[in-house]
Design a protein around this ligand. Structure first.
Ligand SMILES: Nc1nc2c(ncn2[C@@H]2O[C@H](COP(=O)(O)OP(=O)(O)OP(=O)(O)O)[C@@H](O)[C@H]2O)c(=O)[nH]1
Ligand SMILES: [Mg+2]
Length: 219
């Protein structure tokens, strides 16, 4: 059947059908660096002053990833909806509203805080109890990797083993220097896309090695 809709309308419709949206949350104790990690990725900035998140912050980010390139004609656009959750217990009721339909999670601790590492199982439990899907992709992230070795409280190998034992990927990052921030997000997004919209595995592999695949602000 012939489509009589004006061209602009048809283009808008086509763009919408090519659009893929994914929902990602950040989890972890207060002060571990969730907001700084997201800010570094989205804006390429680092804020040294601690500004606790009140409840939850929201941002949306177009990304390009292998065959899924933002705004390029004929290719599919990925829009990532990022929900940055506050760590304190007081905000459980707020976080509770955001776990459903979540496809990806950054499970964050500070490599200089043993307590924040030991809290990780509780964060996974909270996500599951609050309705996060069973197949939600989780990346474990150790932050503040720039800190002096003497202040480290969680050896990298221990964190890597903890993640591996649960079938999860582990990244050690610094929002201060930007180290591994792009690769972390690229891997998470690629794994979510691979599990939800059949992105070829080679796109996942490329994303894992090439942080440059991401658009603006990524390091
Ligand atoms: N050196 C260093 N400091 C960091 C890094 N990431 C975060 N910080 C500092 O850690 C503090 C807390 O960072 P936030 O990102 O606000 O922590 P959060 O996890 O969002 O905390 P809540 O919102 O309270 O749950 C801030 O003073 C940051 O500057 C990092 O990679 N390196
Ligand atoms: Mg925060």
């Amino acid at each position: 059947m012939q489509d009589h809709a004006p061209q602009r309308q048809r283009q808008g419709r086509a763009a919408r059908t090519r659009m893929v949206r994914i929902k990602v949350v950040s989890l972890g104790d207060c002060g571990v660096g969730k907001s700084c990690l997201i800010k570094r990725y989205c804006e390429g900035k680092f804020i040294s002053k601690y500004i606790p998140t009140i409840g939850v912050d929201y941002g949306v980010k177009p990304v390009k990833l292998g065959d899924f390139e933002a705004s390029s004609p004929g290719k599919r656009t990925v829009r990532v909806n990022l929900w940055d959750m506050a760590g304190p217990d007081d905000y459980l009721e707020v976080r509770n509203e955001f776990y459903r339909d979540t496809q990806g999670a950054l499970l964050v601790f500070d490599v200089g805080s043993r307590v924040s590492f030991e809290a990780l199982p509780r964060w996974l439990d909270e996500a599951r109890c609050c309705g996060a899907p069973r197949d939600m992709v989780v990346c474990v992230v150790g932050t503040k990797a720039d800190a002096a070795p003497a202040s480290r409280r969680v050896p990298e190998q221990e964190a890597r083993d903890w993640a591996l034992a649960r079938g999860l990927r582990y990244f050690e990052v610094s929002a201060l220097t930007g180290a591994s921030v792009g690769a972390t997000f690229a891997t998470l997004f690629a794994q979510v896309l691979a599990s939800t919209v059949n992105v070829p595995q080679d796109a996942v592999a490329r994303a894992e090695c090439e942080a440059e695949l991401l658009t603006g602000g990524a390091q």
